[in-house]
Write a protein of this length. Structure first.
Lengths: 227, 227
DNA sequence: ATTTGACCCGATGTGCATTTTGGGTCAAAC
DNA sequence: GTTTGACCCAAAATGCACATCGGGTCAAAT
């Protein structure tokens, strides 16, 4: 822990600069010098905050995921139906899709991430799948998802949907892409009909699950146990 | 139309050989000489059947899609619930996923197809999206899908699912992938709950739609109007 | 005590001559 | 009448000498 580089405000400015450049040019094609220039400081100053470019990027990922969790939880809590799986999922997709870096990360975009992911944490994808399943399981226990679906299978189907949703816009011609709001709305409806228990389920119990799960996940992130 | 190369049986053997090699090495990395060797004939003989490597591949695609349509329709017709959208979709996914070449084609896998797709038909993806939407519209008219969903949006969601389903196995670790049968079963159930009209819809009417639509599509393929 | 930017050096890129590859042809063999 | 495979040639791959790039360092400036 460097004494000198203990300026969280400047660290955030550097991370902002890095994020802008990485989304635009990709991890490999963004140099430390460019990041410094974009942040308006010198190259050496970067190394007062992190010992290497990789560590800088790891910090960027951590911040990105923390921001995502925070924003997601806020939106779910503010939504009266936030505890329903469909609504939950749509909020997560929407927040995800609006953060270019995280979106590239979740869909494992090699152009943006270069060979960083492989070097840093090849098991990231596996962890995400496990998290998905635990999530469904908890929601079932809370009565927010039908009990008769298999968490692993449904987790996989949700991953298919998320993955397709994140990647399709780069492939499908714009004139065949409905407005984001329409897709999100339809997806929520879709999931609600497919997965909600008879009677609609308890939205408050669902919210409770998110609160608990995310608290645990954020703690793990801060301890560096999750990518 | 070459007189000499009018041997459909041998043409099929060559296409089989080409398919095996292309799935393994990709279009660009598969040479005409290798195809000939794999098929047990000489290079020159290939050119008795098709005027170029591109034309050979076009023929392969046509055959692949005809086979797909045939197999899909057979399975749908043989299934008592074949006319329901969920069941229909699962049969198409299952047939698709089991044909490596077609699977790579649908998910626009650049490794396998090289730059052929772009050269041959860049609008393929757009056509597929349009076809999806027409399909939903016809099923709605036949009463096999709820009338209050927007065909474009649902078509897009189905594309997300299909796309994710075809690409995920290459990314997700096997231990987090449920058995194909479980996914397919759950997907059918999923779609059924989400999209079937109240009362379950008319399965026979649904089958009728497939029969009509596919007859039209196959005709267009044979005339070379569709990729 | 901070911050800088010139400097280091392995890795990557560039330009170019040379070789190999591979789609397509066709005279000869069958 | 069919089929072959040596042959053609443009395009891509390879090898190589040389230049540049870029992550990381640290003595000097602020």
């Amino acid at each position: 822990m460097a004494e000198a580089g203990n300026n969280p405000e400047r660290a955030n400015r550097i991370l902002d600069a890095a994020a802008r450049l990485i989304v635009h040019y990709g991890f490999d094609k963004t140099t430390v010098g460019e990041i410094a220039a974009e942040a308006g400081i010198s190259k050496g100053a970067i190394y007062l905050h992190w010992p290497s470019k990789d560590e800088l990027f790891a910090a960027l990922l951590l911040r990105e995921m923390q921001d995502f969790s925070r924003e997601w939880i806020e939106r779910v809590m503010a939504d009266p139906d936030g505890g329903k799986l469909g609504v939950m999922f749509l909020h997560s997709l929407d927040v995800l899709a609006r953060r270019p870096l995280l979106r590239a990360l979740v869909s494992s975009d090699r152009r943006v991430l270069g060979d960083f992911l492989q070097r840093y944490d090849p098991s990231m994808f596996a962890r995400r799948m496990t998290l998905n399943q635990d999530f469904i399981r908890l929601l079932q226990a809370a009565g927010a998802v039908r009990a008769d679906v298999d968490p692993q299978t449904i987790g996989y189907i949700l991953a298919c949907l998320r993955y397709g949703y994140l990647l399709l816009p780069d492939l499908a011609p714009p004139e065949h892409t409905p407005p984001v709001e329409a897709i999100i709305q339809a997806l929520a409806d879709f999931l609600e009909r497919a997965l909600a228990p008879a009677g609609g389920g308890d939205s408050e119990a669902g919210k409770q699950v998110i609160r608990q799960l995310m608290a645990g996940v954020m703690q793990q992130w801060e301890q560096g146990k999750l990518a």
